[in-house]
Every structure is written in structure tokens, then in C-alpha cells.
Design a protein around this ligand. Structure first.
Ligand SMILES: Cc1cc2nc3c(=O)[nH]c(=O)nc-3n(C[C@H](O)[C@H](O)[C@H](O)COP(=O)(O)OP(=O)(O)OC[C@H]3O[C@@H](n4cnc5c(N)ncnc54)[C@H](O)[C@@H]3O)c2cc1C
Length: 539
């Protein structure tokens, strides 16, 4: 915090979601002095609430958004190389019913999709017989089922990806700070020269000077634009997307499945096996409520369950089965008259008269490309002729290389963890979350063997991760750990309650909380997050 107040930066990035994270890494790796300011926790906005796909977006082909699909396919292949521990290729099943989908149209779309992936090691789609579809999804509706297709995309953990990009930026010298809200854009002779900010943990107000400012505030873009120009017109059309987490054994899926919505809106919902359960989403509706607390309504739940039960009638899903739910807001660039489903997912950048660069829209998948565009613009604005060219297409996020090296690292991690008494699922979970830095977790266990215990029995996260998150990932609240450093809040169901106090105790030791604060931090999570949000309906 002292460095934030005393240094003068080349660039302040406002917003610690995936877009801001990407910009801070790109700019820092080109030699700029960067501060990244996030008003809440990193990835607490949309970047922890996506469907967690690193994908070209097959659906966008239907709307003929060819450039977006192509760009996203290229980025997907790149991310597979840059973060193979976090980006996992996965099969996606599209069932075909007689009289429902046009098989030829779908097949043509899938060929185009494969070609757009630039043939870079992608497994091509293929047609499936009826029996094969049933083998992949035994509970699927069989009436009129004629076969289907399988194609390949990738899945990830969005908040972990954001954190890994932020930490990678910090290794290049960027200064990321969470719980610091920008409340004013400072100006001299009409040009932006820095920001006034509030430390939301202490209430302290201070100024930070910089030669340039980038806003990567997603759905909050209009609010930050107003800080810069009180006359600014709104440009974001927030569209809410809700998800449910369901027990995997209820759906018995071997692949992800595209589930047609049960209403006649023509949408598809993804059912994606994720961390041992199934992630189901999403809805797509206009949203005008608070961006800081986005509810999952009964209608959202009913819409998602109806689609699931129509495709998997034997599963007989009810609200009782819902382990957790969450909703995020797409920062779509408004296009008057269009439905939210048809508005382009492409991003938009613009510069305000005071010189602040705004970027919004886009996808998790394309964050690196957006970051490159913004950083190029900042470098040219500042006239930094000596700045390096973008190299993020070569920067491994957590030191893990694809292919044989990744396989060797996997075997090594299992062996190292075994030596510490950790089981294989824990080793693999540590590798997924931290890449090569799993070693840092093992060092923490050396300090105290008790830290090797699981936070919740049956789930692979261990107590040393809480300590690591406080030391190296700026976790400041119980929620930061349970929702974004780990995904226990989404996966643990009614077992979560047991983890809250233990997490607060461990954080208290690291962050010097007294007994009162430990108790109140646990209560804040239980009361504010655990009870008010439907996200923890079983938690
Ligand atoms: C339901 C849904 C599903 C999606 N699924 C996918 C998917 O599967 N694959 C994919 O590629 N994309 C997906 N997306 C899109 C993707 O998630 C978003 O494009 C991406 O996460 C946006 O990231 P961001 O950093 O721009 O915004 P955010 O993650 O929202 O980050 C903006 C940050 O700015 C901070 N902020 C705001 N105001 C201030 C201030 N004054 N001072 C400091 N900080 C501030 C906020 O707290 C927030 O953390 C999905 C989106 C939604 C809504």
C-alpha cells in the first residue's frame, strides 16, 4: 500500500477481473510500471461467474460473428499452451432428435468451427450413433433420439485463471491491490493524471499518480465512465446469466452436453462436468439491479431445471438437488432493439477526452487479445518508443508447459505430495490451481503438518491453501478463500458451514486478527454471503 501511494506509475488499471489482470500482465511484461486496483476481491465480478469455458463459441457462428469465433478459437489454442494445468480440452455432446435440429446445418457449423481452430492439434468433431450418445449420457431422453455430434472445446476455473494472470503480472513488477476502489479520476489541464481511491478495508482515502489510466471494469464501465465525465451516456447493457451446480451422479455425464432450453427461445444451456459435479448454465436476461449482489431468482432456477429435465427426464432434478447457484452479468455493448442473446460478444475500446482508455465486453477466452490492444494503445499514447512488443503469447502463466513436460510435472507433483502424506486427488488439485507453485504449498506444510489436512472431507482443498492465499494472493476475507481461491462455496453444499470457522481461524493467524475479528469475519461470511444469497442455498 505504501508503494501505491509513493510511486508514480506509467499505468493504473482499474478493475481486477480477467481483463484488468491481462492488461497488467501485458503492460508490466513490456516494462511499464503498473498498478492494478480492484474495489472488491480479484475476480469477484463476472470473472468468477462465467460458464468457465475457454471456447470459440460455436453458437456465435449461427449469428455469423465469424471474426469473434475465429479470434476466440486462436486464443483457446494459445491458452492451452500457456496454462495447460488450468485449461482442459473436453468433449461436448450435441444430441440430435428427429424433427428437431438440422443435422446438415450443424455438421457444416462444426466443420467451420474445427477449421477456425487453425488445425492446431484440435481433435475434430465427429458424428455419433444413437448408442454412442447413450453411452456418453445414459440418462438422456431416448424418444426420437437419432444420434448426435461430439466436438472439442476447453473448460477452466475462471477465478483461478484470473488469479494466475494477476500473479504472473506481479512477477513482472505489476502491483495488484484488492479492496481499493477508485472514486475519482484526478486531472490536470483536463488530462487524467491519477486517481483518488478508498481502501475499503481501512477506510483510508489516498491519491495515486499515473501517466495513463485504463478502465477494465466490465459491467461497472458506465459508473467509472461517469467518474471521468459526468455527462457520459450509458453504453453497457447488462445481461444476467445464472448457473446451477448439480450433483454429477444425478446426471451421470461422461461429456459436457449442449441442452436445448425447454422454452421456445432457441437457446442452448451447457451442462459441464466441473470439479466432480455438473455446472449448468446459463440464462440470458436483461438486468437492472445491483451489480454487487446479483440474485439467482426462482425463475432462473426453474428455467435451468426445466431444460435439464426435458433432456434428462430420468434424472428428475428438483430444487433440492441444487448444490449451489451463482449469477454474473455480461457487460454487453448496447445495441438498441436487439435481444441480449443476439448482441455481439465482441469487446469495445474507446478513449475519453481526458485520455482514460476504456475496454469492455469480450470474453474470458479473449482476455489476452483485449489486453494487447489496450496496452498497444497506451504505449502509443505515451509515446514509449522503447517499450517492448507484446510477448504474452509466449508467457507461461504458472510455469507449466504443454505435452510431455506437463505429464512429467504431473507425475512429479503426485510423488512430491505423496512424500508429504497427500493423496493423489490433492496433488492434482494443487497442480491445477497453482501450476509449478504447488511446491510453495508443500513448503507451508513443512511449517505445520496440520496444514496438510483437507478443509472439508472428500474435497481436495487443504488448509495450507488458506495460508498460501493470505501470503501470496492477497486474500483478505473468508469469502475470498471459499469462493475464489478455492471453489468450496460452489461445491461443498451443506458441508461448507464446517469450513467457515476453520478458514477464519487460519486467516486470523496469518493476518493478525484478534479473537473478535476472527469471529466477526466468520459471521460476515455466514450472514451476508452464506444466508442472503441463494448461491449457498445448501451451504
Ligand atoms: C453468465 C456468463 C457466462 C459466461 N461464460 C463465459 C465462458 O464460458 N467463456 C468465456 O470466454 N466468457 C464467458 N463469459 C464472459 C466473461 O466472463 C466476461 O467477459 C469476463 O469475465 C469479463 O471480465 P472483466 O474483467 O472485463 O469484468 P469483471 O470480471 O466484471 O471485472 C471488473 C472488475 O472491476 C471492478 N471495479 C468496478 N468498479 C471499480 C472501481 N471503481 N474501482 C476499482 N475496481 C472496480 C469490479 O469489482 C470487478 O471485479 C460469461 C459471462 C457471463 C455473465
Amino acid at each position: 500500500m505504501r508503494r501505491l501511494q509513493s510511486d508514480r506509475f506509467d499505468l493504473i488499471v482499474i478493475g481486477g477481473g480477467i481483463t484488468g489482470a491481462g492488461i497488467s500482465l501485458d503492460a508490466a511484461s513490456r516494462g511499464l510500471r503498473v498498478a492494478l486496483l480492484e474495489k472488491s476481491d480479484f475476480a469477484s465480478g463476472t470473472s468468477s461467474k462465467s460458464t468457465k469455458l475457454i471456447h470459440g463459441g460455436l453458437r456465435y457462428l449461427e449469428n455469423l460473428h465469424l471474426a469473434l469465433t475465429y479470434e476466440a478459437c486462436v486464443e483457446r489454442q494459445l491458452l492451452l499452451r500457456l496454462a495447460p494445468h488450468l485449461v482442459e480440452p473436453f468433449p461436448f455432446l450435441i444430441p440430435n432428435y428427429r424433427g428437431f435440429l438440422q443435422k446438415q446445418k450443424l455438421s457444416a457449423g462444426l466443420w467451420l468451427y474445427d477449421l477456425m481452430a487453425s488445425l492446431q492439434g484440435v481433435t475434430f468433431h465427429r458424428a455419433l450413433s444413437r448408442d454412442e450418445v447413450i453411452r456418453f449420457a445414459p440418462l438422456i431422453e431416448r424418444n426420437r433420439l437419432s444420434g448426435g455430434f461430439i466436438y472439442y472445446d476447453c473448460k477452466t476455473d475462471d477465478s483461478r485463471l484470473t488469479l494466475e494472470v494477476i500473479k504472473c503480472g506481479a512477477r513482472y513488477g505489476a502491483l495488484p491491490i484488492n479492496y481499493v476502489e477508485v472514486v475519482e479520476i484526478l486531472r490536470e489541464r483536463r488530462l487524467a493524471t491519477g486517481v483518488k481511491a478508498v481502501d475499503r478495508l481501512t477506510g483510508e482515502i489516498f491519491e495515486v499518480g499515473a501517466r495513463s489510466i485504463a478502465s477494465a471494469t466490465g459491467a461497472w464501465t458506465d459508473a467509472v465512465h461517469k467518474l471521468d465525465d459526468s455527462q457520459a451516456k450509458p453504453m453497457i447493457r447488462p445481461s444476467k446469466g445464472a448457473h446451477l451446480v448439480l450433483p454429477r451422479e444425478k446426471l451421470r455425464l461422461e461429456t459436457a452436453v449442449l441442452v436445448p432450453s425447454a422454452t421456445e427461445d432457441g437457446r442452448f444451456i451447457f451442462a459441464v462436468p466441473w470439479y466432480g459435479e455438473v455446472l449448468l448454465g446459463t440464462t440470458d436476461t436483461d438486468y437492472t439491479g445491483s451489480l454487487d449482489n446479483i440474485p439467482v431468482t426462482n425463475e432462473d432456477v426453474a428455467y435451468l431445471i426445466a431444460a435439464t429435465n426435458r433432456l434428462f427426464p430420468e434424472a428428475k432434478i428438483t430444487t433440492e438437488d441444487v448444490i449451489s447457484s451463482f449469477a454474473g452479468v455480461r457487460p454487453l455493448i448496447d445495441s438498441p432493439g436487439a435481444s441480449t442473446t443476439r448482441i455481439s460478444r465482441e469487446h469495445s475500446t474507446f478513449e475519453s477526452p481526458s485520455g482514460v482508455i476504456f475496454v469492455a465486453g469480450g470474453k474470458l477466452t479473449t482476455y489476452r487479445r483485449m489486453a494487447q490492444e489496450v496496452t498497444d494503445r497506451i504505449i502509443s499514447r505515451l509515446g514509449l518508443k522503447e517499450a517492448k512488443r507484446c510477448s504474452t503469447e509466449r508467457i507461461l502463466l504458472s510455469g507449466v508447459e504443454l505435452g510431455e513436460t506437463a505429464d512429467r510435472l504431473r507425475a512429479q507433483a503426485i510423488e512430491d505430495c505423496k512424500a508429504q502424506g497427500l493423496e493423489e486427488d490433492v496433488a492434482l488439485s494443487l497442480l491445477t490451481s497453482f501450476g509449478k507453485d504447488y511446491q510453495a504449498i508443500l513448503k507451508i506444510i513443512d511449517e505445520d503438518r496440520n496444514l496438510s489436512r483437507r478443509i472439508i472431507g472428500g474435497l481436495p482443498h487443504i488448509r495450507a491453501e488458506v495460508v498460501y492465499a493470505c501470503r501470496f494472493e492477497l486474500a483478505a476475507k473468508v469469502e475470498d478463500i471459499l469462493r475464489r481461491r478455492t471453489r468450496l462455496a460452489l461445491l461443498a453444499g451443506n458441508r461448507l458451514a464446517r469450513a467457515i470457522e476453520d478458514t477464519a481461524e487460519l486467516m486470523g493467524k496469518e493476518l493478525d486478527w484478534d479473537r473478535n475479528q476472527i469471529k466477526s469475519e466468520a459471521n460476515v461470511y455466514k450472514e451476508t454471503v452464506g444466508m442472503l444469497q441463494t448461491a449457498d442455498r445448501r451451504g
